[in-house]
Design a protein around this ligand. Structure first.
Ligand SMILES: [Zn+2]
Length: 167
């Protein structure tokens, strides 16, 4: 099994209403077609977070992704639906929904448990790109994610699991 040290956050760079109502799986499958069309091995991320916070898996974590040149060997990648026309230092809320923010935080907690010591980054830390359309470090400071997962977040995550917030 490969060592996973970093999680890198991306955007699909699509319009907010892209494939509206079609569900996270359909969006993942459409991106899979795009990536195959470029001659790649299909959907290059490990997960996708839809506008309504629904999460769908891409490649298994221990399969190398194809999302950041030179960084794929020891990282995993997740992509947020939306973000077309975003800039590297936009606010999270300029391009993404509150439901996506909650789902991203929950995903970060889950992968922190799976891969202790993992660190979180935006694609724009490794390339001269806008992706994911916000500054991940600044956002983590704002969301107070520099502290270990707290009781409140754990309760929110449990609630989501019990009552179907997570799809
Ligand atoms: Zn990216």
């Amino acid at each position: 099994m490969r060592e996973i040290k970093r999680a890198i956050i991306h955007t699909t760079a699509t319009d907010p209403n892209w494939m509206d109502g079609q569900g996270a799986e359909a969006k993942r499958d459409e991106i899979d077609r795009w990536h195959k069309g470029k001659g790649w091995a299909g959907f290059g991320y490990h997960g996708l977070i839809d506008r309504d916070g629904a999460y769908v898996q891409g490649r298994p974590y221990h399969t190398q992704g194809a999302h950041v040149r030179g960084q794929n060997g020891d990282s995993i990648g997740v992509t947020l639906v939306g973000g077309r026309g975003s800039a590297a230092n936009d606010e999270f809320s300029d391009n993404f929904t509150n439901e996506q923010e909650r789902a991203l935080i929950e995903w970060m907690e889950e992968v922190s448990e799976l891969f202790p010591g993992i660190t979180f980054h935006g694609h724009n830390e490794f390339a001269n790109k806008a992706c994911p359309g916000f500054n991940v470090n600044d956002w983590m400071d704002m969301a107070d994610l520099t502290e270990p997962p707290n009781m409140f977040a754990d309760i929110v995550a449990l609630f989501m699991k019990l009552f179907g917030g997570k799809k």
